[in-house]
Design a protein around this ligand. Sequence first.
Ligand code: FUC
Length: 340
Amino acid sequence: MQAKQTVFDTLNGEDINQYSLTNTNGVTLSCLSYGANWYELKVPTTNGDQNLILNFPKINDYVTTNPYLNMSIGRTAGRIGAGKFKIGEHEYKAPTNESGNTLHGGIHGFNEINWAGKIAANQIIFTHTVTSQADGFPGDLDVTITYTLTDDNRIYLDYKVVSHGETVFNPTNHAYFNLNHADQNIKNLELFLRSSQRLELGDAKIPTGKTLANTETPYDFQTTKALGAAIDGLQDIPEKGLDDVFLIDQHADNEPIAILANPDENLRVKIFSQRNAIVCFTANGFGADQPYIDKTGQPYVGVALESQITPNAIFDPAYGDLTLHDGETKHYQTHYLVEF
Ligand code: FUC
């Protein structure tokens, strides 16, 4: 394993560090301290080294054009209606940041933190104490986010926390994949999702508490199909593409929950997780103001596949438990297998 640490850029007078690991097969994983961001996933192909995830050249591009791009997301992925939730009998209201609701951890989420980082063997390790004072959620959280690269081309993302006081926790990573060498969108890529149902979403995409069947709809990826086929079938809805919470069906630990493939370039990313949902978002409204490296900013420039607990667990325990109590520890893991 080769390792390298450099200064990527500066923001508000602070260094933004870049940490890189390269395995024995020439796969490079790199991360930025800002947002504990997943910056690169480079694989050696016949077209040269190919980065399978979107990225920008400067840190300010993230801040001003796309603040969640490949960021660590927390404390809670997705939307909390009016920012309101209950833990036991206590009612809380987190600060809101999107149409009166709380999206992706609210006003100062994990994506806005310049994390303390280091490399240890085949891991990039980020730590930060997220305080109630900073983000307006109850309780302080000691958070460790670890990216691990193995010689069998797997990337493990681990989220470990210790809670001081009661709070809610449902982290994810917001990497956008584009497995095309050329500057083109993701409509040609094929997707499998182990999901027969998705959440019904109401006003401002807040979960209503109901579910909808995916089978034989544009949302049906139980048999692999091109993303373009789904996107073309969704042109009459406001999103004009996918931006949905898919419930994961029962499966064994070694079975992927999602597979994204470029059959023409023989590239595949398989995603493994024990959590009960994955959000699939096809970058529907993205525009030319976003200066991606090697890709033109446009709708469908990438696809985000965000493994998490269904966001409606915030009000319905039947969908999972997002709460942490004082002194509690929690560990979530998602891993990605790259085939090339
Ligand atoms: C996804 C979507 C949202 C949003 C965001 C950046 O999780 O569900 O609609 O655009 O990420």
